[in-house]
Design a protein around this ligand. Structure first.
Ligand code: NOJ
Length: 976
């Protein structure tokens, strides 16, 4: 099917006006494997674990799991990991086809730990990381229970929803005919179904699959010496006759149609799913990307949450529909702690969430094993269902939410510290028309004294949508344009999408075609789809040669007209195929290594960005930190840069949902995230635009963007008041850049994201568990964006520790708020409620500049907000803002501390950076008594310098002027 340009515009404009057409995207009911799993009969499970087959090695164990109805043997591999985690893999014991194991998500092969056999009985086995963190494997029915210091925290298959569709050979024409009958008569007709399976069972002849150990997994393990063996199987695993015919006749198993698209499914069904209960946890979070609340909702009466990277126009809000990226990670949280599950699979995945009223997961065995575990109260349960690939699951035992995050980012990596410009303000539009337009935009930002670091060029800057090229007329002098930007300390980002125009004069196409670099059709020919350039093909990033090729294209001698100040935007990398099923690639298209697109879909976009990252590293000679924005993502994408929440709309609802969306991404490792400020589709009213700038200034990635059919809306185009408010919002972002930068550095060290749900810092305050309108930046700033039209006041939830009463200071007025719970805060158009926690010290830079580079040597203002005991502390990180020199120790990372009249700055480690600037102002809020004198002493000098200060008695605010304290030395101030 080919679309011409007019037709394409028709489709786009239709969507533009109407919002998402849900009919273009599958529901669970229309996805045969999802439907089959949802219909799985609950307990008792059809699976048993043959505990006698236990084969125990140093850091892993193997047990046979058998589907007693179909007599299919599976291998359960259990691996003990360092840092309180278990990994399990389940696959056919002697499958017909290898299953795809995700390779690119983990930062490295995880460090394993010794596995301890704590107990072996006829009906269960207990394996431990230690005596507390352990897993109970129950034989009949098969289930796993995990424990940590808080007790029983995870159950797998407690409800018996485990279902594993083994690879099988397709029966004869008869089998095909039966599927067809079932499909035509109606897939839900149970009579048809029973008739079909009866005929199938009657006529099929079982075929034997050789039953041997899986050579793949066997080769990775070292068997133990005789004395090292704690206990292994004495008897060989039971010989199980293989019935290869079960479920042959379900419609959709061997081929499936959706709209006009046919999925040939040459390998038949291969899906699997299982229920996971979290006793003790009444909330689950994660599995982005969805335009929904942070706390996942019960999906019993609707569709499950879907993880399938898709290009969705004007997506629906508060919906479990799939969006551009997928991270199959959940965190379950209760009052006592948190645990995580990382379901490492790149195929289409659905996740049902259930609110379980109570009970249900404690078996009589469990009572025995855990010394009488009591039935849990209301808790959450999820049911993961994936279409293909290996069942590869990580259980992260916490026990707190930050531990879970560290365990997860320990596996999949962290966002490297971005360059300073990347966390400043970005101005984008589809499109800036030509180089004069670019010049006009940044000159106008200057005229209006609005800070700006980056201008973006969308697809129209290229020569007819041929990426890595420039439109020869509109951008005839891209280097001249770059010089003007660079002179002001500004950068440019250009778009490079992974669909390649099939134009015989286009060098990328010629290379890809000649080298066989494209994804292949089922007939082995290059797949041809439709995207912005018209007829396009898609490089197969699973081929290492393609990744190397893509990387090379960013070299200065290949990507002409660019300089080191040009960075990259990888869009449409789900991949978006306008004429494909659900606007993406057909699942039966073929990748390097023989994998079907079905197996790898959700990871394609990440591989595009990985190659871009390597390209930018190479062209910056491994010295300059890359900046890349991607729309599609998977677990591990955080290692390459930023993502944004795609094509939102200029509506209040989209502004509201941006908060839980970014929070959900943050707690799934994606630290550098934001939404299009202003909304991509439609024209925002002025007050919405203002509120969006104010909110965006406090989200990790801060970029305004707009659809090509919207009116121009650069902030300098508005009336004086609007300009003034937006200017202030952007300036607030720039003032806090030292704090943001420190948070990003700490994120690289710890995996804890800059933008945090309140419960990450107040894990015992259960009123914070389901909030979508308020969040923390670091542990010190509480932000409640105004997301309601015409608001004159908003309700703000103030969290507090159980032990102490937290004081919160309004960052503008220093008015204080104490006590847990909601308070109504008055707002006008200038104000969004932002509060600094008493007990924190925040570094700022308050001199307004045109771009962040020009602020590099500007002095700091330190805002010290005292807690009830008159104490405060914070950190400050400084480096050159652009290079990897910090990894060689060229930085300053210091601890600021105020107590008992002494403010000190001490280095936290051995890093040193000579050009670290100095302190021009210190504000201490909450100081009850006016000091008589304040003296400063800088390390290495004997002098005690008396400092000038003023004190506002009514507000208890002290301001020290020009203390001139250098940040490349340690120092302290003494208050007398
Ligand atoms: C889709 C992206 O989501 C959007 O941001 C961009 O402007 C268009 N593609 C055109 O490149």
């Amino acid at each position: 099917m080919r679309l011409n340009r007019n037709c394409l515009f028709f489709i786009l404009s239709f969507c533009y006006v109407k919002g998402v057409d849900k009919g273009n995207f599958k529901s669970c009911e229309q996805s045969s494997f999802c439907k089959r799993h949802r219909a799985t009969r609950e307990t008792p499970s059809a699976y048993i674990a043959d505990l006698k087959s236990l084969s125990l090695h140093k850091e892993r164990a193997f047990i046979d799991v058998i589907n007693v109805e179909a007599n299919i043997p599976l291998t359960l591999e259990i691996i003990a990991l360092h840092n309180y985690a278990f990994r399990i893999k389940i696959q056919e014991k002697n499958g017909l086809r290898k299953r795809y194991q995700v390779e690119n998500a983990l930062v490295r092969e995880p460090e394993t730990a010794p596995i301890i056999l704590l107990e072996k009985k006829d009906d269960h086995i207990v394996l431990g990381l230690d005596a507390v963190n352990r897993m109970v494997i129950q034989g009949n029915p098969f289930r796993l229970d995990l424990f940590n210091k808080n007790g029983h925290v995870i159950t797998m298959n407690g409800r018996g929803m485990f279902k594993f569709e083994h690879y099988r050979t397709r029966k004869t024409l008869l089998g095909k005919a039966i599927s067809k009958v079932a499909e035509v008569v109606g897939s839900s007709g149970s009579l048809t179904h029973r008739l079909a399976s009866w005929i199938g069972n009657l006529l099929s002849s079982p075929e034997e699959i050789p039953m041997e150990h899986n050579p793949e997994t066997d080769s990775q393990i070292e068997p133990l010496d005789a004395e090292e063996v704690q206990q292994t199987s004495e008897e060989p695993p039971a010989e199980v006759p293989v019935n290869n015919d079960a479920e042959e006749t379900e419609p959709g198993m061997w081929e499936e149609d959706y709209k006009s698209h046919h999925d040939s499914k040459p390998y038949g069904p291969s899906s699997f799913g299982v229920d996971l209960s979290f006793p003790g946890s009444n909330h689950v979070y994660g599995i982005p990307e969805h335009a929904d609340s942070l706390a996942l909702r019960d999906t019993l009466n609707g569709d499950p949450y879907r993880l399938y990277n898709l290009d969705v126009f004007e997506y629906e809000l508060w919906s479990p529909m799939a969006l551009y990226g997928a991270i199959p990670f959940v965190m379950a949280k209760g009052k006592e702690g948190a645990v995580g599950v990382y379901w490492q699979n790149a195929a289409e995945t659905w996740v049902d969430v259930r609110d379980v009223p109570g009970g249900g997961v404690v078996s009589s065995l469990m009572k025995l094993v855990s010394g009488g575990a009591s039935e849990p109260g209301p808790h959450k349960e999820v049911h993961f269902i994936s279409e293909s690939g290996l069942m590869d699951v990580f259980f992260l035992l916490g026990p707190g939410p930050k531990d879970v995050l560290q365990q997860y980012t320990g596996l999949t990596g962290v966002t490297p510290l971005p360059q300073m410009f990347a966390i400043a303000y970005h101005q984008c539009r589809w499109n800036y028309n030509d180089q004069e337009d670019v010049q006009f935009v940044h000159e106008n930002f200057d005229k209006e004294d609005m800070p700006l670091d980056v201008i973006w060029l969308d697809i129209e800057h290229t020569d007819n949508k041929k990426y890595f090229t420039w439109d020869p007329i509109k951008f005839s002098d891209s280097l001249g344009m770059m010089k003007n930007l660079s002179d002001k300390g500004r950068k440019l980002v250009t778009i490079v999408d992974p669909h390649i125009k099939r134009d015989s004069n286009y060098f990328i196409h010629k290379d890809c075609e000649a080298n066989g670099f494209y994804i292949k059709d089922t007939n082995g020919k290059d797949f041809e789809g439709w995207c912005w350039p018209g007829s396009s093909s898609y490089p197969d990033f699973f081929n290492p040669a393609v990744r190397e090729y893509w990387k090379e294209q960013y070299a200065f001698d290949k990507y002409h007209g660019t300089t080191k100040d040009v960075y990259i935007w990888n869009d449409m990398n789900e991949p978006s195929v306008f004429n494909g099923p659900e606007v993406t690639m057909h699942k039966d298209k073929l990748h390097h290594g023989g994998w079907e697109h079905r197996d790898v879909h959700n990871i394609y976009g990440m591989l595009v960005v990985d190659s871009t990252f390597q390209g930018l590293m190479a062209r910056g000679e491994n010295k300059l930190r890359p900046f890349i924005l991607s729309r599609s993502f998977f677990a591990g994408s955080q290692r390459y840069g930023a993502i944004w929440t795609g094509d939102n709309g200029a509506e209040w609802g989209h502004l509201q949902v941006s908060i839980p969306m970014v929070l959900s991404l943050s707690i799934a490792g994606m630290a550098f995230t934001g939404g299009d400020v202003g909304g991509f589709f439609k024209n925002p009213e002025t007050d919405l635009l203002i509120r969006w700038y104010q909110a965006g200034a406090y989200q990790p990635f801060f970029r305004a963007h707009a659809h090509e059919q919207t009116r121009r809306r650069e902030p300098y185009l508005y009336d004086e008041t609007t300009k003034d408010i937006i200017r202030q919002a952007i300036r607030q972002r720039y003032a806090l850049l030292p704090y943001w930068y420190t948070l990003f550095y700490e994120n690289e060290k710890t995996g804890i994201p800059p933008m945090r749900p309140l419960w990450l810092e107040y894990p015992k305050d259960s009123d914070t568990f389901a909030l979508d309108d308020v969040y923390l930046l670091g542990d010190s700033l509480l932000v409640r964006p105004v997301t309601e039209s015409k608001a004159t006041s908003v309700k703000v939830y103030f969290p507090s520790d159980e032990s102490a009463m937290t004081i919160w200071y309004d960052v503008e007025t220093y008015e204080t708020f104490t006590g847990r719970g909601y308070k109504s805060i008055e707002v006008d158009m200038y104000k969004i409620p932002v509060f600094q926690r008493g007990g924190s010290i925040i570094p700022k830079k308050l001199r307004p500049r045109r771009s962040s580079v020009l602020m590099q040597h500007d002095p700091y203002t330190l805002v010290v907000a005292l807690d009830e005991e008159g104490k405060a502390s914070g950190t400050l990180y400084i480096d050159d803002g652009e290079s990897f020199d910090y990894r060689e120790g060229k930085y300053v990372y210091g601890h600021l501390d105020y107590q008992r009249g002494k403010l000190s700055f001490r280095f936290l480690d051995a890093g040193r950076y000579s050009d670290a600037s100095w302190v021009e102002r210190i504000i201490v809020a909450g100081l009850r008594l006016k000091p008589h004198k304040i003296f400063a002493q800088i390390q290495g000098t004997k002098d005690h310098v008396e400092l000038d200060f003023k004190y506002e008695a009514k507000m208890h605010i002290l301001t020290i002027r020009k203390p001139k304290l250098p940040m490349n030395y340690e120092w302290h101030l003494q208050f007398y």
